[in-house]
Design a binder for this molecule. Structure first.
Ligand code: NAD
Length: 322
């Protein structure tokens, strides 16, 4: 299969590229390197079935050329990370909505099987956990810019599902819950690499809020396994939304303690309010747990790797980098 991965120089895109290449697919990457890295591309660049274009998804000519050569598009390019979203809300909305619109238009021209990356953020302030794909979605006020990320991804979902309904385009939406593993950058507020780096450097492991909020962490290898299975089951999964994530919950405080233990660090734990970490009035969700029954029924997928495995992989990666 010829697969175009937008955002393929990013964290999930690089792991997905590697898995597809390993099983004999051809991969083309389109990425503007805004949060992705050249290093990720260079690691795969020698592979005969791998090509890349360093460009923006807004470049219609490049996008059209790459889509014309693709059987499938996995659309991962987006403004990602709570910090980035709060700092640059205009770019977030433009990249996520206009970018997805452009990708879907190209996919329609060449009838590409398309997978759109959405996020658990769309569940917003919902409190009925675990979250199911058909739940109502409850976002905060538009005066809080953090919700622009969720709202833009919701619009992406609508656009994708509309292209399926109206034009029969085989589109599947995936809602990723926290995905972690080697290669994720901590620069944009991602909690696990940030904690691991601080612990390894002996610097305070800084928790935003009271640390009693919980999250579920899925190993990126599990995540990309789900994406490949969805690519292979296009007929059955088109027009559908799937939660992709792990369901073991941990408080952020317990995560910080576990990271300190596993790195054998003596770093202290520090707490700062959300208003200081992000912006005044920042709202966070207390819990975010996926119900992945639907993915299991469709593609026999569930997250397999434990938090201990995830942390050990991230620690080994960050140690090597330091
Ligand atoms: P990432 O930042 O590593 O990857 C995104 C990639 O898109 C980057 O390489 C970036 O350079 C590229 N990009 C951004 N804007 C672009 C543009 N206009 N044109 C071309 N390329 C552009 O993040 P990731 O964690 O790999 O996320 C991939 C997708 O998964 C995103 O759509 C994100 O919203 C979604 N997601 C990720 C998580 C997670 O926990 N990692 C959770 C929920 C949703």
């Amino acid at each position: 299969m010829n697969v175009l991965i937008t955002g393929g120089a990013g964290f999930i895109g690089t792991h997905l590229s590697r898995l597809l290449l390993e099983r004999g697919d051809h991969v083309a990457v389109l990425d503007n390197l805004s949060t992705g890295s050249l290093e990720n591309i260079q690691a795969l660049a020698g592979h005969p079935s791998y090509s890349f274009a360093i460009d923006d998804i807004a470049n219609a000519l490049v996008l059209d050329r790459l889509a014309s050569q693709a059987d499938a598009i996995v659309h991962l390019a987006a403004a990602v990370g709570v910090q980035l979203v709060v700092e640059r809300p205009t770019e977030t909305i433009e990249t996520n909505v206009l970018g997805t619109h452009a990708v879907l238009a190209a996919a329609r021209r060449y009838r590409c099987r398309t997978i759109l990356a959405s996020t658990s953020e769309v569940y917003g302030k919902g409190v009925r956990v675990p979250f199911r794909e058909d739940d109502d979605l409850l976002l905060g006020s538009t005066s809080r810019s953090r919700w622009s990320y969720a709202a833009s991804k919701m619009l992406d979902e609508f656009l994708g599902l509309a292209a399926h309904r109206q034009y029969g385009l085989p589109v599947t939406v995936v809602r990723f819950f926290n995905t972690v593993g080697p290669g994720q950058t901590g620069r944009y507020g991602m909690v696990v690499p940030r904690f691991v780096r601080s612990a390894l450097l002996g610097q305070p492991v800084t928790i935003y809020g009271d640390g009693q909020q919980t999250r579920c962490f899925c190993h990126v290898q599990d995540t990309v396994r789900a994406l490949v299975a969805l690519l292979d089951h296009g007929a059955e999964t088109s027009g559908e939304i799937y939660n992709i994530g792990a369901s073991d919950e941990i408080t952020i405080e317990h995560l910080a303690q576990t990271v300190i233990e596993r790195t054998e660090s003596s770093a202290p734990i520090a707490y700062i309010p959300y208003s200081e970490a992000y912006a005044p009035g920042f709202e966070d969700m207390r819990r975010r747990v996926p119900d992945t029954t639907k993915a299991y029924q469709a593609i026999h997928w569930r997250a397999e790797r434990t938090l201990a495995q995830i942390l050990d992989d991230v620690i080994a990666y960050e140690r090597a980098r330091l």
